[in-house]
Ligand binder design. Structure first.
Ligand code: TPP
Ligand code: MG
Length: 284
């Protein structure tokens, strides 16, 4: 295993106790255990507290607009499929502002791993409800309680995402093992990460999660190859909350079907800029 310190970037500016620390540790552990060099990894994030994670890691990084990490991540993956590409969002970034990109990337099965730090709140902008805030959750933008939440796991299963998992920021060992599986998986991997926000979410706290969470892989014979069983599991919330791999399916990967990549990554092909003349002449 590579030394984990090799992947440590600048000092995080998150609140003490933030769930993001556990996520950061788990990401660094996962890439270290996969023996990936920093130059082999690209982390693309959007805007938010979650979006700051790549700044705190040594690898290639790109910080995108709010809700827009996915288009940049898939562009980079198409240009160089040899890169391990992680897209990183908060729940607002992924399921709100970036929801449309997320849905279509899942459908097309791009070979990227999507980490969503789901603290069920807009953290960076100081505590507004997000698409995944629990029903009735009171914030400054929802004084009478949040409306019905989006269920990211059920939506991903319905989209036939080839790898759908959930983990918990308070269990970095479980999370890093799930991230490793997600990176090793060929195709789109959604990893929804339950992340306590100690400053703005006083409902879904570390102890609230710890009292409810159980692992799908613990002894009940659950197998992530049954779409209907996965969909049923995805409905569980409030009383008991499953974590682990919900669903896995082998599907054609977008990048593997691209004609332009049949001779290898674009970054390794000789591109003659003068070739464009040939195409322009067609319009003459
Ligand atoms: C297009 C656009 N809309 C709104 C904002 C303001 N904004 C910045 S971060 C954010 C929400 C962040 O919430 P989330 O994605 O859940 O990340 P967190 O801070 O909770 O990790 C918003 C609304 C913005 N920067 N750009
Ligand atoms: Mg959030």
């Amino acid at each position: 295993m590579e030394e984990i310190n090799k992947y440590v970037g600048i000092k995080p500016a998150w609140c003490p106790g933030c769930g993001n620390f556990g996520i950061l540790r788990a990401v660094q552990k996962a890439i270290a255990e996969l023996d990936l060099e920093p130059y082999q990894v690209l982390m693309v994030s959007g805007i938010g507290q979650a979006g700051k994670l790549p700044h705190y890691t040594r690898s290639n990084i790109l910080n995108e607009l709010h809700g827009r990490p996915i288009p940049a991540a898939i562009g980079a993956k198409i240009a160089n499929p040899e890169l391990v590409v992680l897209a990183i969002s908060g729940d607002g970034d992924a399921y709100g502002e970036g929801g449309n990109h997320w849905l279509h990337a899942m459908r097309r099965n791009h070979d990227i791993t999507y980490l969503v730090h789901n603290n069920q709140i807009y953290g960076l902008t100081k505590g507004q409800a997000s698409p995944s805030s629990d029903y009735g959750f009171v914030t400054k933008t929802t004084p009478e309680g949040a409306p019905h939440p989006l269920n990211p796991i059920a939506l991903a299963i319905a989209s036939d995402v080839s790898f759908v998992a959930r983990s918990f920021a308070g269990d970095p060992d479980h999370l890093s093992s799930i991230i490793k599986l997600g990176i090793q998986h060929k195709g789109f991997a959604l990893i929804d990460i339950l992340q306590p926000c100690v400053t703005f979410n006083h409902k879904n706290t570390y102890s609230w999660y710890q009292e409810r969470i159980y692992k799908l892989e613990d002894g009940n014979g659950y197998k992530p190859d049954d779409k209907i069983a996965a969909f049923i599991k995805a409905q569980e919330w409030e009383d008991r909350i499953p974590i682990g791999v919900f669903y896995r399916k082998s599907r054609p990967v977008f990048e593997e079907q691209l004609f332009a990549l049949k001779n290898g990554p674009l970054t390794k092909q000789n591109i003659n800029p003068l070739q464009i003349e040939q195409f322009l002449s067609e319009f003459a």
